[in-house]
Design a protein around this ligand. Sequence first.
Ligand code: AHN
Ligand code: ZN
Length: 335
Amino acid sequence: MIKTVLKSCAVLLLPIGLLAACKDKPSTAAPEQAESVSARQCPVVFSADSAMAYVEAQCAFGPRVPNSEAHRKCGDYLVNEFRRRGLTVVEQKDDLAAWDGNVLHNRNIIASYKPELSDRILVCAHWDCRPWADADKDERRHREPVMGANDGASGVAVLLELARQLSQIAPKVGVDLICFDSEDYGRPYWAEGGDGSSDWCLGSQHWAQQPHVEGYMARYGILLDMVGGEGARFHYEGYSLHYAQPVVGKVWNAAHTAGFGEYFPMRDGGYVTDDHVPLNEVAQIPCIDIIPFNNVPGQSFSPYWHTVNDTPGNISPATLRAVGQTLVQVLWEEQ
Ligand code: AHN
Ligand code: ZN
């Protein structure tokens, strides 16, 4: 049966009023910053080289556009890698209807550490690639696929490297590493219609309605999106502050404790429709987004965003390290 996730999407539109309300004001709800100075650094070192190799391995399959051979092969690779690290992997495979009438063979991949525990933390990223490089400066290339080194592979690379190191970090809670599919199939500018948000994030919308485990709950979630750009700066994202402000505080404090505060300025960015929205609004899991967004008009997430130049050569291991070490610190602090 073909499932349609589109009808549930009105919820994604909710905070438009909020956006207007918050635009010009500094956040009145800045997360706690106090205890970061005295907190201890986790001794486990996140390997940026290993994460970089995971970016390259994913991109070597080609653009992982849903229904393509590269997508199928990379999906198999991810499942194998997580299993090889001793995690329990569940695949959620469903046919989902996209805005253009295509049926996407969606694969959400869930890798679990200590699956028997009910006290859990969720870390996620999307693994699919956008079929259209519709932000490229060369209009003739707008219908080519995006390689997604940053937009896709970077977040998953951090998940894979965390999987490799979880037994050393040894958090006292269960951890689910989730690779969501079909995030980036949103309507390109030349296609009329839609509400501007419901055609994105199909895999996470589906998972939020039907988690891989019935009655699933996590203490909180952290979404990684485009975490490998040179000089990236991760400001507070709007939905994250709205739904999960204490989690924002925890993660930004951990970044500063780990020594990567310059990547995580404690300032407002803006609202981004992303996989964390259905997690908050449908699954009711407080989930934040780590994404390089600054709400500067005319400036997007990175110069390579949705272009044919989103390639491994434009990934910065230093940025992967900053985000990866922050996640290591967060998980290590969960005792
Ligand atoms: C939109 O551009 C609507 N949302 C940003 C989410 C995204 C796209 N993440 C990666 N690609
Ligand atoms: Zn994208």
